[in-house]
Design a protein around this ligand. Structure first.
Ligand code: UDP
Ligand code: MG
Length: 320
């Protein structure tokens, strides 16, 4: 079978009120961009409303639409992964179901991709309409904090709304980790990635499927997946404490020499201060090893090759 030129992947959780409009607008945008050579994948992430029934009805009438029903609610990032695993297109558009991200931008995103020779065009939100101050503030803080503590530069104010090339998607899918923070993983794979600025709209219908609890879990996945900074915290405190305790030890000994110390104070203080520092230091060392162990356990590929010029003599298999 020939690959479609474009796959549109949409994770959906309790989005029955959005699906008809979504299907119409995505289909029109896809048709505008690539004619008949597209597929749309709706992934039903264990919705409790009638989303699955709506998807079945839509897909019965439209051969371009593939509806996928997950066994339960696995969460946004895993629903998205399921769709990405199953799609076949040469270019892949990831978009939310609620039409906050206008599918009509597809044409411009494809133009940007072609003009800049990019593998990823990621959409950066300039404005966010119809979202609570709390949501906007937490999101702004989250992206900035993430940027400071992670080793991979992850673009600010960027969701999963993006256009990817097939080789970028294959690279993404070669990351086998369980806790998936996809926008970070895409940043990690490299290749040429360019921003595309847009205004985020209000939800078409329904309300956010990211209540505070899910937002916190999402943030924790992002931080722990892309940074061992929290683990290394003990190292830093340990170092600080060791330095401080050296000064304290000096002070305690001087007080003892001058005869200012109460009986027993000197030995007690020495034990407390030195042991505290040693313990923190050792905890920090354990943190360093644990951090490395954690990085190893993700089993990410060691490197990804973008291009090769000239014949490869060794065993290198490029895969894509
Ligand atoms: N979503 C999902 N599973 C979940 C939560 C959300 O598939 O457990 C989908 C949801 O249907 C939407 C996208 O993820 O297509 C983003 O969710 P939402 O729009 O509610 O997030 P927000 O825009 O408020 O951050
Ligand atoms: Mg939304």
């Amino acid at each position: 079978m020939k690959r479609p030129q474009l796959s549109v992947v949409v994770p959906c959780y309790n989005e029955e009120a959005c699906l008809d409009m979504l299907h119409a607008r995505v289909s029109a945008a896809a048709r505008d961009a690539v004619g008949d050579s597209y597929e749309i994948l709706f992934v039903n992430d264990g919705s409790r409303d009638r989303s699955w029934q709506v998807m079945q009805r839509l897909s019965a009438a439209d051969p371009h639409l593939v509806a996928i029903n997950l066994s339960r609610n696995h969460g946004h990032q895993l629903a998205l992964t399921a769709g990405l695993d199953l799609c076949a297109g040469d270019q892949i558009l990831i978009i939310d179901a609620d039409l906050q991200d206008p599918p009509e931008l597809l044409t411009e995103m494809r133009a940007t991709m072609a003009a800049q020779g990019a593998d990823v065009v990621y959409a950066v939100r300039r404005k966010r309409e119809g979202e609570s101050l709390f949501k906007k503030a937490t999101a702004a803080i989250f992206y900035r904090m993430l940027d400071r503590i992670t080793d991979t530069p992850i673009p600010l104010d960027t969701g999963d709304f993006r256009l990817m090339s097939r080789r970028a998607l294959d690279a993404l899918l070669s990351l086998p980790e369980q806790a998936r923070f996809i926008r970070g993983m895409v940043a990690w794979i490299g290749f040429r990635q360019v921003p595309f600025v847009y205004d985020r709209h209000e939800r078409h219908a329904g309300e956010t499927k990211y209540p505070l609890g899910k937002m916190i879990r999402f943030a924790l996945d992002a931080i722990t997946g892309f940074s061992t900074a929290p683990l290394r915290f003990a190292s830093h405190v340990g170092l600080l404490l060791t330095a401080a305790s050296a000064l304290l030890v000096l002070y305690i000994l001087v007080a003892w020499l001058l005869g200012r110390a109460v009986q027993g104070w000197t030995s007690t203080m020495l034990v407390v201060v030195v042991l505290g520092a040693v313990q923190m230091f050792v905890l920090g060392m354990i943190g360093e090893y644990l951090g490395r162990l954690y990085v190893e356990s993700k089993r990410r590929p060691l490197y990804l090759i973008a291009d090769v010029a000239g014949p490869v003599q060794g065993h290198a298999s490029l895969g894509y």
